[in-house]
Design a protein around this ligand. Sequence first.
Ligand code: SAH
Length: 240
Amino acid sequence: MTAVKDPMGRAVADYFEKGKALRLEVHSPMFDDDEIPVPYLFRDYSGMSKLEQRAIELSQGRILDVGAGAGCHALVLQGLNYDVNAIDISPLCVETMSKRGVRNVRCADFFSLSGTVYDTILMLMNGIGIVGKIGNLSLFFNKLDEVLAPGGQVLFDSSDICYVYEDDDGMIDLTGVEGYYGEIVYKMKYGNVEGDYFPWLYIDFPTLKDYACANGYDAELIANGEHYDYLARLIRRNKG
Ligand code: SAH
């Protein structure tokens, strides 16, 4: 990713350097325009949701924070003396994390990782979204086979976005939805920096559990959030 195509990174860098930021716009052909409040990416432990706080409490061993953004979770864990590694595909997010004091941070795509294994892999703020489409889940589990230490865990939060398709009577109407209803396409814009469209997956827990099972993983629902969101854990099932 180059800086001209990195709206999220530009927003994070701006907020870090100037203490304020423009609107980080989120566009999707499927929804009304929205925005990500940039200061939220800099939240501390007390500003995190209960699900995120729980994920931090359950983290252990050597930790990988995937799509670490401005580094909020990595910094909290580092402060608790954990061995934390943060990755992000946004060069400006990585640069900002480094300036903020995240010690082990690098610009890398989760799907290209190799070599090192982790006891805890964190994917927060719907970090499993990077899978993009449900058809890519087997690629995701194959990568986990490589980078998860024996007995290791993945902690992630996501949402069942069925509520988006509720009609006036409160019924879910999926008419016209092609494929799985949690497969979204987004584009972000920050000032004159505009990214490309990218696929982003929201997945309901039962569906995720089915895919996990088919790929040799157990999925455990740890807690439900306040609005169709949840925190879950993936653990590789013992062979044999
Ligand atoms: N976890 C952070 C930021 C979430 S936004 C928080 O909770 O505040 C999602 C982040 O994932 C973005 O910074 C984006 O650049 C990064 N990302 C997207 N695809 C990725 C991939 N394949 N590998 C690593 N990071 C990725």
